[in-house]
Ligand binder design. Structure first.
Ligand code: PMV
Length: 350
């Protein structure tokens, strides 16, 4: 049942000679949590306070290429073809992730990073998950670092906890940790174990109002439901693991919808309130309820944004996507199967 693929290749350890002017390119897919992560046990090390269980999507892709270059005085980064301003929040997060790899490779070399998403960035579609997973795989290989998927997952987690899960394909879990603990995600099952499909209803195209890091800190400090959320999460993760291993769709639907709604209850009772839904989100949920009542195997989940992800059994996705396309306010519907782990795709001189 485990996914044994190794996303980071083995190579000699000679970081300062490793780059040779070549870009190393990796692909990673976003993942969608069915049992949600919201809250940190250690905000500095980015250790989650709750376990999360996710599925990795194959149709959405981040492609990242990295070149370490002795002539660079600082990291230089482009996202979707636009240069990130030096010392912007995003650039600092990426450089901090590269620092962790540089320290393991015993090098000070700065990097050129070019990353591209083929889906909306920063809109609740987990672009940070696929982005940091692809970055770690590409940069580790460019530095000729020999990292296990677990070691790569820990480095990705420090940048964005959900990214730890995108190192793995199919079904993955990121356990909760304690302050100071360096947790990594693990594979629960490969995509072939249960080829679920997902229809993503895009309910707004713009970036989200409040990022997850700020939101989680505010929730822990102010939501009256936060304690219950943390206490009940282990049981939700256990129920999801059992449902996945038994391919029990009704059980997975029940725990996934409950975890999502609990997380949004925490968000909505945070001060200031985190209201990620819009009218189209609500209309999409109603449409999914009607589909369920008519016997279609589908359930919903939502993250820190208005998009609704409808998870379906194989074969139901076309009907679900068609139904969601006609919901007022839904601009488009993306569909996907389950995908593989973050992986290297090659190196090139230009
Ligand atoms: O890893 P972050 O900081 O992008 O947080 C992700 C939080 C949610 O998407 C809302 C839930 C999850 O588990 O992915």
């Amino acid at each position: 049942m485990n996914d044994h693929s190794h996303p980071v290749r083995r190579a000699a350890r000679q970081p300062d000679q490793a780059t040779g002017g070549r870009f190393t390119t990796a692909l990673a897919h976003p993942n969608i949590a069915l049992v949600k992560y919201w809250g940190k046990a250690d905000p500095t090390l980015n250790v989650p306070a709750v376990p999360s269980v996710s599925i990795t999507l194959d149709a959405l892709v981040t492609e990242t290429r990295v070149r370490f270059d002795g002539s660079l005085a600082a990291d230089s980064i482009s996202l979707n073809g636009e240069e990130l301003p030096f010392a912007s929040g995003q650039a600092r997060r990426i450089s901090a992730c590269l620092d962790a790899l540089r320290s393991q490779a015993h090098t000070q070399l700065r990097a050129r990073v070019e990353t591209r998403n083929d889906f909306p960035t920063g809109a609740g579609l987990a672009s940070s998950a696929s982005g940091f997973a692809a970055l770690v795989v590409a940069a580790a290989a460019a530095l000729q670092l020999e990292l296990s998927p677990t070691a790569a997952s820990k480095i990705a987690r420090a940048a964005s906890a959900s990214a730890a899960r995108s190192l793995f394909g199919g079904f993955a879990e990121l356990p909760a940790g304690r302050a100071g603990e360096d947790v990594a995600a693990l594979s629960l099952a490969a995509a072939e174990h249960w080829p679920l499909e997902v229809a993503v209803a895009i309910c707004a195209e713009g970036p989200k109002a409040v990022g997850s890091t700020r939101g989680m800190i505010d929730s822990a400090a102010t939501s009256p439901f936060y304690g219950t959320w943390v206490e009940t999460a282990a049981a939700d993760a256990a129920a999801a693991r059992t449902a996945i291993s038994q391919r029990d769709f009704a059980a997975l639907a029940a725990v996934s919808e409950a975890s999502c709604l609990k997380m949004h209850a925490v968000m909505q009772t945070t001060c200031p309130a985190l209201l990620y839904w819009n009218a189209a989100t609500m209309a999409t949920l109603e449409r999914i309820r009607s589909l369920q009542q008519a016997g279609t195997e589908v359930f919903f989940t939502m993250d820190a944004g208005p998009q609704v992800k409808a998870v379906c059994t194989p074969g139901a996705c076309r009907e679900v996507a068609e139904a969601l396309e006609s919901v007022p306010g839904v601009s488009r519907v993306l569909t996907s199967g389950l995908g593989g782990p973050a992986r290297l795709v090659g190196s090139s001189c230009v």
